[in-house]
Design a binder for this molecule. Structure first.
Ligand code: ADP
Ligand code: MG
Ligand code: ZN
Length: 569
């Protein structure tokens, strides 16, 4: 039985009154008020607002003001449950309809719905699209449909859900019920896809500023990434909650184990863990202070934890959009938070190769390449981080934010035209099949048996780069790769090739300014930066004990936080 009666909105229930009475806030933020008015008036709306911007109120309040039940479509069961609990605690009659309900609970929800006793009903798209459910809804009084995480309709995004495409049928089946689609993904194409599939009959679009003013963006070069991460957390985020994004499942486990060995509470999260483990780790992250989640991209969408103080990328994300979304999970409470990333030439090669081997349609591949290019340009950018980041969302930013790494510590740039030409001709002369290490050896004139046997010591480019050191050449090659003058060979052997874009540079028609890399301070290998996991060590034993204890405390089967198999490997 649903204990809460629908909110009494007869008479004086203005949006402001509800904001104060139900949610306890005294003012709307940004464009919330306008959005709410639009939907209350029965019009459709497309809402693009960054993570943490306050999208939920934009449908919750209209659902309370209008008569009937507001149907909220969301892809995440965990998220629905949390929101519904929070709403009920505030006296709103809210319920979830999903596969986790038993038959009796389900019947109760259906009865409440038919009797008009629900303000809000949360449902996953696949649940909503079942014919009996649609038929039942046709017999009910509905306030609105809210389609949350609406970017899931985009076939070219990484959160694509096929059922989202079918939500277009709501227009025909419920022509009188307004729809509001919400997302934190705002690039032009995704926006167009949402409008086309979900709001084909029109509606107003609301775009909030995507600038997350409280985030401090920092991008550095990898130089023993784990040690860098550990130093960052120990120096700046002791006891804080954070998320560390990694490229692979295995790496999330290794990094979690490494942080744990160094005294931090870190848990892995990836699609290879059982649903129970994922839930348990997520619950701890949300419920406890100072838990660090080491995750693949499987983690984060819809997780509403306001006080995440840092998001770290230990590997380059696939696109600027993914980077924006993932960093956006930090500092939702508006207090200062860090978006920290380290990357390397190897990251660029790895992602470019993955893209080259993709079997996706050509148009999609091109889009993915562009999204990566935008990210690389952002990484190598020498000015304020905000203009390149926000320009991706079609937003202008004056720069000089005063909070990003480049504003606080402006990087030096140098005229690298000559160096770039030397590097490009060396890649060309060596046959466009060798990796950066070999190319640099030839540039530096390092004679070795291998170089001699290839005849590369007789090339005109042998030794032409001896005026610069290895680190500088690495930096030049990385930036040429990031800027698209070089590309990895499509066969995936790690060789570098010239790309179309480098021609003007080679012909001397273009100048190139590159950043001078600041060499990270290298600490001598502290005991803490050991990376191998010794299963006979006291640390391992402590970890095992802690795992068992935690399992006992929480009354769950002793699921392991780290997979022994992975660690033993
Ligand atoms: P989104 O879905 O856009 O990521 P949420 O709707 O989850 O964001 O809101 C993020 C946080 O901001 C929540 O804690 C919410 O209660 C809070 N919030 C939303 N609107 C307001 C407001 N007008 N005043 C104060 N806090 C707000
Ligand atoms: Mg949300
Ligand atoms: Zn800045």
């Amino acid at each position: 039985m649903n204990q809460t009666a629908p909110v009494d909105t007869a008479g004086s229930a203005s949006p402001e009154a509800l904001l104060a009475r139900i949610f306890g806030y005294n003012a709307f933020r940004g464009r919330q008020r306008e959005i709410i008015e639009t939907v209350v008036d029965g019009d459709n709306a497309l809402v693009l607002m960054p993570t943490g911007g306050g999208k939920s109120l934009c449908y919750q309040i209209p659902a309370l003001v209008r008569s009937g039940t507001g149907i909220v479509i969301s892809p995440l069961i965990a998220l629905m449950r949390d929101q519904v609990e929070a709403l009920k605690a505030n006296g709103v009659a809210a319920a979830v309809l999903n596969s986790s309900l038993d038959a009796q609970a389900r019947r109760q929800v259906e009865r409440d719905l038919r009797d008009g006793n629900l303000d809000l009903l949360y449902v996953a798209p696949e649940g909503l699209l079942r014919e009996p459910v649609l038929a039942m809804l046709e017999g009910c009084r509905l306030a609105l449909f809210a389609i949350d995480e609406a970017h899931c309709v985009s076939q070219w995004g990484h959160d694509f859900r096929p059922e989202y495409l079918q939500l277009g049928l709501l227009r025909e089946r419920f022509p009188k019920v307004p729809r509001i689609a919400l997302t934190a993904t705002a690039d032009e194409r995704t926006r167009a896809e949402i409008s086309r599939h979900l709001l084909a009959d029109g509606g107003r679009t609301f775009i909030d500023s995507f600038d997350r003013a409280n985030l401090r963006y920092r991008v550095g070069l990898k130089d023993n990434a784990r040690a860098q991460l550990l130093r960052f957390i120990q120096n700046e985020h002791r006891g804080h909650s954070g998320i560390v994004y990694c490229f692979s499942r295995k790496r999330t486990e290794q990094i979690a184990a490494f942080l744990y060995q160094n005294g931090l509470t870190a848990l892995p999260y990836h699609a290879g863990l059982s649903a129970d483990e994922r839930q348990a780790h997520q619950d701890r992250f949300i419920g406890e202070d100072g838990v660090i989640i080491c995750a693949t991209i499987a983690f984060g969408m819809g997780i509403d934890k306001p006080d995440v103080r840092f998001v770290a990328h230990l590997d380059l994300p696939r696109s600027i959009e993914a980077y924006y979304q993932e960093t956006g999970r930090a500092g939702r409470d508006g207090l200062p938070a860090d978006a920290w990333m380290v990357y390397s030439l190897a990251d660029i090669v790895q992602i470019r190769q993955m893209q080259a081997n993709s079997s996706a349609p050509e148009a999609q591949q091109r889009l993915e390449r562009e999204r990566l290019e935008a990210l690389l340009a952002y990484c190598e950018h020498a000015g304020c981080r905000r203009p390149p980041l926000l320009s991706y969302f079609e937003e202008d930013h004056p720069g000089n934010c005063g909070r990003c790494d480049n504003c606080l510590n402006p990087p030096e740039t140098w005229d690298a035209t000559e160096a770039a030409r030397k590097a490009l001709s060396c890649v060309y002369r060596t046959g466009q099949r060798f990796g950066a290490g070999h190319v640099i050896d030839v540039l530096l004139g390092n004679a070795s048996d291998r170089i001699a046997s290839l005849g590369h010591d007789r090339l005109s480019t042998f030794g032409i780069g001896s005026d610069l050191d290895r680190k500088t050449w690495q930096s030049v090659l990385r930036q040429l790769l990031a800027l698209g003058h070089l590309q990895p060979d499509p066969a995936g052997h790690g060789g570098l090739q010239l790309s179309e874009r480098c021609r003007p540079l080679l012909r001397g028609e273009q100048q190139v300014q590159l950043r001078r890399d600041t060499v990270p301070v290298r600490r001598t290998r502290a005991a803490g930066s050991r990376v191998e996991i010794d299963t006979n060590s006291p640390a391992w034993e402590a970890l095992r004990q802690w795992r068992l204890e935690t399992a006992r405390e929480q009354g769950v089967p002793p699921y392991v936080i780290f997979h022994d198999a992975t660690l033993a490997a």
